[in-house]
Design a protein around this ligand. Structure first.
Ligand code: 8IG
Length: 267
């Protein structure tokens, strides 16, 4: 039955997205995390803004700074982008299937490239707040997988080298790094931040790795960016605050939007 089959639910969502937008195939999909919201206006011409509540499998987000819409955008080259503005986080408690539904719906809608963005804490002092980094690998610290059953998916080159190269060609000053997904919703302890840095992490957040795995399973190529919004716990004198995260995100929005617009034009 559809309710118990994530792929069938994703297919239903794709059918509804095509109906609501009038766009039969979306070529590329983007999930915009904290600070990345403005990109939607900058990458092309908005064709349709869909209420996620009208699309099967989506739930409206309860987090301030996260919207609950899907936006269909026509790029200058005539291709179509689907912006998934309705991300479900693992910490909401609805399970991994809900977390990766947007990615699967995008794949079913025809998207071959999945661009995942997030706001994150910096695990090393060289990553200063307000700067984006290109994700080149990840540490999935959720102890979960979106894949169910004996499907041993390879995750080598998960964050596609060619797409990273395209991103660097837009902004050669962009650093690359390893993104760590923690379950949240609490932030790390200072000891955890030291541990994750020693383990090879550069940025830490509460999204993206499960979505990247689902995208790979669905045959998509993945490009990921983290906006560093705060130093990881213990790296700076102040405690972490969600308000600070939102503030840095807002201040960076224009530049991030331009970056994504430039990147999308090259894909
Ligand atoms: I924005 O420092 C943002 N999201 N786990 N830690 C974790 N998630 C985050 C952080 C952070 N900053």
């Amino acid at each position: 039955m559809t309710n118990n089959d994530p792929k069938a639910l994703a297919q239903q969502a794709a059918t509804r997205i095509a109906e609501l937008s009038g766009v039969a195939k979306h070529d590329i999909a983007l999930t915009l995390g904290s600070g990345w919201g403005k990109a939607a206006e900058l990458i092309g011409e908005t064709v349709a803004v869909m209420d996620a509540a009208e699309v099967p499998g989506f739930r409206s987000s309860g987090v301030v700074g996260h919207s609950g819409t899907l936006t269909s955008i026509r790029l200058a080259n005539g291709k179509h982008a689907l912006i998934i503005g309705a991300r479900t986080h693992l910490y909401e408690g609805h399970g991994v299937r809900s977390v990766v539904h947007g990615v699967r719906a995008a794949a079913a809608a025809g998207a071959e490239i999945m661009v995942l963005t997030n706001g994150a804490g910096g695990l090393k002092l060289e990553h200063t707040p307000g700067r984006p980094i290109i994700i080149n690998d990840h540490l999935n610290m959720t102890a979960l997988s979106p894949i169910e059953g004996a499907n041993f998916v390879d995750l080598t080159n998960l964050y596609d080298a060619e797409l990273r190269e395209a991103a660097r060609s837009v902004d050669p000053t962009l650093a690359e790094g390893v993104y760590v997904q923690m379950p949240g919703p609490h932030y790390e302890t200072p000891a955890e931040v030291r541990y994750l840095a020693q383990a090879g992490g550069d940025a830490v957040g509460m999204s993206t790795t499960l979505e990247a795995i689902a995208a790979r399973e669905a045959g998509m190529r993945v490009l990921g960016f983290s906006l560093i919004t705060n130093p990881g716990a213990g790296l700076a004198a102040d405690p972490l605050s969600h308000a600070e995260v939102i503030e840095v995100g807002k201040a960076s929005e224009g530049a991030l939007g331009e970056l994504l617009a430039g990147v999308v034009a090259k894909l």
